[in-house]
Design a binder for this molecule. Sequence first.
Ligand code: 4AD
Length: 428
Amino acid sequence: MTFVKTRDLAKYEDKEVTLKGWVYQIRDHGKIMFYFLRDGYGFCQITIKKNIVGENDFKIAKEIYREASVIITGTVKKDARAEGGFEVLASTVNVWNPSHPQIDQEVTPESGPDVMLDKRHFVIRGRRTRAILKYRSDALKYFREYFYENDLFEVTPPLIVETLPEGGSDLFEIKYFEKKAYLSQSSQLYLEAAIFSLGNVFTILPSYRAEKSRTKRHLSEYTHVEAELSWTDFDALTEFMQEMLVYVIKRSEEDSEDVFSDLDVEPFKPKTPFEKVPYRKALQIVKELGWDIKDGEDISDAPERDLVAKFGNPIYLTDFPVNMKPFYHKISEKDPSVTLSADLLVPVVGELIGSGERETDLESLLKRLKAMGLNPEPYYWYTDLRKYGSVPHSGFGLGFERFVQWILQVEHIRDTTLFPRTRFRLRP
Ligand code: 4AD
């Protein structure tokens, strides 16, 4: 038997189809019942009439609860009032699992955030979360498309590591047989090694940060979209990232319309070019906005969001003082007090991307590794990259959940991922 997907019903007008899915809502009007069916691809109305399906199937159809899994055969009928403009008039109803009356107490409109997280396995079946998860899948595809079109190769570096790009804080330490190891914070160092083999590379893998702060944009495990480009300087990198975001947003508008309508949000319209704002100029702007941040201090979440809100468009925060950034950032030749790095800030979430041209000077690299309190020995393979055929190169890391949060205007980052990991959340 071939099954038809709810999203394809328009192709089967007045034809018989078989659908399989879960009963999202039930309306019982005595001799006629309506199911609102979800099949993973969308939703559709099923009309079940006693005089059509017969006594037996009608009895079965009545003895189910929300989330029952069913197989329905019926005729596709045009109906302007139904979702998607079509409904299915059932001729047979098969119940695979009738669900349970308790389903209505599992998650209710009164459930608080902790219950919602404990019951995430139910919450993801809801319309809003389904739309967000669908968009995650779409957007990952668009990012990959952009990378393939620009001739990048995908690699998958290890996530159990002994070398750290972002330094000693926020680490998950693990026991690795007799040794100490860490969960990866970023694949950057391995991507830098991989360009010598493949030229231009990307990866989409989890990164781990033992974030103690409870903010709306931090997870302890997040999806990191990272790329590394050989023979590429800082300006070319910022252009590449801008084009990437414009591309992914445009593809979303064309191909993920259903998601935007389900969530009732408008796709963001970026204006190009994204403005470059040097860190010290940004400090002045946030001061005018009422935040007192000293030179050399991080611009934290709230002022960062205020700053980008003032522009209403993504901005590159550039020219960070050398001691504010990790060892791998190239020092500017024009002004040796700053790095050739950029954080891309976007509305709603603030920092979305960390990026920059990489340091190729071995001496400078070793000096700054030590200054960050890192032992250079395990980095021997990374420093070798500067000895044997070094080239100018640049790269970036984008927090994928923050991207989804921005585009779909989701209040809390935990709602953008299947089963979030945060400071106090390890289940389900
Ligand atoms: O700015 P970060 O720390 O940069 C790096 O890890 C570089 N090594 C990446 C590279 O150049 N290949 O992290 C990059 C991005 C941030 O801009 C942010 O969007 C996201 O990763 N991010 C998080 N997202 C969710 N939860 C967290 N705890 C995050 N920490 C960083």
